[in-house]
Design a protein around this ligand. Structure first.
Ligand code: SAM
Length: 650
């Protein structure tokens, strides 16, 4: 099998190290000002050009808004990011959030980032926090949350021309840093200034190391007041200024309190994402403990189910997987609750072989996944395998209950168990949540995250979700199986031995809602091992136990996320053709995060972050096409012939 040129190889071929600092061979330019005598030169330049000329220290000391947004062109080594975060942590109120949005077409590898950062000892705490979560960066949007949500970093990987239209939230300060305009005119193309004007308001500032006339004229033409200052180091002049054009940018009022219905992975992850934004959350769970239904399995596997050809579902799978990996690092979940042991997807039949070979030809970062032949797969797995496959080095297994518990460890979260929500009523500006147990509580907003049970609540009763039965099997390890080191996947999965037992699963029965444990289902799980390795077939004779649960599936197998439309009102009087999304009958402050099927451990956290970002008006953690595909009302609007209104920001 021929190997493709991976992202990482492409970057390393175009990066040189001069005086210990990175130099772009592609653009024949330095990433920042360098000097053989002073390794801190780059830090001093960033401090002078970007921080001082955006007056960040003064603005942050007297910050009256809950968050501040910086947008940057060209992330590079992240030096500007590190310096801005360092200043933020020491000067801004501890309850405020810094949004840092950056764009990068040629991301550095983790090793290159480590090498570049090594000399900036004053920035080590921010660098460590970033690099702990920095690995594979596929094209698209990546969300990092650092320092308990005080810094929210949104990195758009791709050409700036496709990244800028994705930014929808107002920007308070611009860092224009994309190599010299003469060496990289593309990044300074007119569209940059059009988007800057679209996203700027009267207090928005900008700064750039360049004083090129083409940049100065474009800024002025787009409504910016431009000043010149002495440049840093060898540069004679630089530009800075503020937006003085007209713009009406909408700010969402954030709720102070949110009630979340359901304590599975979707509810817990939503609680965490909101609590991190300073919102007081009450999570209501009908069982005596959280994570009792589909999230109650002893183990779940973490990996992205990719498609032969990239499509929206594939991009959601990949973004979700990478986001969950970062979240696990943030939460500090480790062994024995998490095994990042790698996962092998085996090419065990013709269909899977074709899919896997097609994926192997994609330009995937090796940190995400790579093709391995049967002999390498066997060495990685620690058992003989007769199939080639895809190897995901950072994938593995997790205890969903431990994941849920870790998400709920937040002072802003209160958990009410044995609280089964029976009804929701709206009282002026707040929701009343009534439980079967007779409690009533109120909240500014409600998120329905109780999977199939959502259908019992009137505003969500129309959602096209259905229960899918799944049984997994726990089987005692034997000496042959104990040598298995990675998760193996064919049509199901097998974990390495965890505290003496393997988990194998799972069955998939759409028309079946029974939770009884079936011998036949355990046997069908165990039979899957035949396609994995003959060395594992002895497990057939070991002791096994089953656990059945119902997942919540949607017709297109993608979750439903976002604010709910009032389906009854909408269906009773369908709007005219020219209606805009704002004019539709919305349930104000009522949201859902359901329909995660078999993939909730990866999709639910990213969907929770998407929902929380929407709720408070933060930058979105995914590309707009993905948010569109996840929209909670997509089926309803399609049925009414109003597909064009899906996901239009309201
Ligand atoms: N701010 C960076 C730092 O702190 O290290 C330095 C940025 S470096 C001067 C410019 C960056 O812009 C490079 O990383 C380069 O790969 C990126 N870049 C160049 N052209 C681009 C484009 N068309 N779209 C997005 N990024 C681009």
């Amino acid at each position: 099998m021929s190997t493709t040129v991976k992202n990482q190889d492409k970057t390393s071929q175009t990066l040189d190290w001069r005086d210990g600092q990175p130099y772009s061979l592609r653009f024949q330019d330095v990433y920042f000002s360098t000097s053989a005598d002073n390794p801190q030169q780059g830090v001093l330049e960033t401090d002078y050009v970007f921080l001082k000329h955006n007056q960040l220290a003064q603005r942050w000391q007297h910050l009256s808004q809950p968050s501040f947004t910086i947008a940057e062109t060209g992330f590079g080594t992240g030096l500007n990011f590190l310096c801005a975060c360092h200043l933020w942590l020491s000067s801004a109120p501890s309850t405020a959030r810094l949004h840092f949005i950056s764009t990068e077409k040629y991301p550095l590898t983790l090793a290159q980032m480590q090498q570049a950062h090594a000399i900036w000892s004053d920035l080590a705490n921010v660098s460590q926090a970033l690099l702990a979560q920095y690995s594979a960066l596929s094209e698209g949007v990546h969300r990092f949350s650092l320092f308990s949500g005080r810094i929210v970093f949104t990195l758009h990987i791709g050409d700036i021309q496709s990244c800028l239209p994705e930014i929808q939230t107002p920007v308070d300060a611009w860092f224009l840093d994309g190599f010299a305009p003469a060496k990289n005119p593309e990044i300074w193309a007119p569209a940059l200034f059009t988007h800057m004007a679209r996203l700027s308001h009267r207090q928005t500032t900008f700064a750039t190391f360049t004083s090129a006339g083409v940049v100065r004229r474009a800024l002025i033409a787009h409504g910016f007041s431009v000043n010149k200052a002495t440049g840093y180091g060898k540069k004679r002049e630089m530009l800075y200024g503020h937006f003085s054009g007209e713009n009406t940018l909408k700010a969402n009022p954030s709720p102070n309190t949110v009630a979340i219905i359901g304590g599975g992975i979707a509810g817990c992850a939503t609680a965490y994402a909101l609590a991190n934004r300073g919102i007081k959350v009450t999570l209501l769970e009908s069982h005596a403990n959280v994570a009792q239904e589909a999230s109650g399995n002893p183990v779940g596997v973490l990996y992205p189910r990719l498609a032969a050809n990239p499509n929206t579902a594939d991009a959601i799978a990949l973004s979700s997987y990478l986001y969950t990996l970062r979240l696990l690092t943030q939460l500090g979940i480790e062994h024995p609750d998490l095994g990042r042991c790698g996962l092998l997807q085996l090419a065990f039949n013709a269909r899977e072989t074709a899919r896997i070979e097609a994926i192997a030809k994609r330009d995937l970062d090796v940190e995400i996944g790579r093709y391995v032949d049967a002999s390498e797969a066997s060495a990685l797995a620690g058992v003989p395998l007769s199939h080639a496959g895809l190897y995901f080095p950072n994938a593995g297994w997790i205890s969903p209950q431990a994941f849920c518990r870790a998400l709920l460890q937040h002072t802003n979260i209160t958990v009410l168990t044995q609280a089964c929500v029976a009804q929701l009523t709206k009282q002026q500006h707040e929701w009343q949540i009534h439980t079967q147990q007779g409690q009533t509580l109120s909240a500014d907003a409600v998120v329905i995250a109780n999977a199939n049970e959502a259908l019992q609540l009137a505003p969500a009763a129309h959602l096209p979700i259905s229960a899918v039965r799944g049984q997994m099997t726990t089987v005692s390890a034997n000496p042959q199986s104990a040598s298995l080191k990675t998760v193996l996947c064919t049509e199901g999965y097998l974990t390495p031995a965890i505290q003496g037992s393997h988990c194998v699963g799972a069955t998939f029965d759409s028309q079946d809602t029974s939770l009884d444990i079936r011998e036949a289902d355990n046997l069908s799980n165990i039979d899957m091992l035949e396609h994995m390795s003959p060395q594992l077939m002895g497990l057939k004779h070991q002791q096994f136990n089953g656990r059945a649960a119902l997942r919540c599936a949607t017709p297109d197998y993608l979750p439903l996320v976002g604010q709910l439309l009032n389906a009854t009102a909408l269906t009773a009087s369908p709007p005219k053709h020219k209606t805009s999304a704002q004019d539709l009958p919305w349930h104000s402050s009522l949201y859902v995060n359901v329909g995660h099927g078999t993939k909730g451990l990866t999709t639910a956290p990213l969907c929770a972050e998407l929902l929380a970002s929407r709720l408070v008006g933060d930058p979105l953690p995914v590309a707009s096409s993905l948010a569109h595909a996840l929209d909670a009302n997509r089926f309803l609007l399609k049925t009414l012939g109003l597909k064009r209104l899906v996901n239009l920001n309201v």
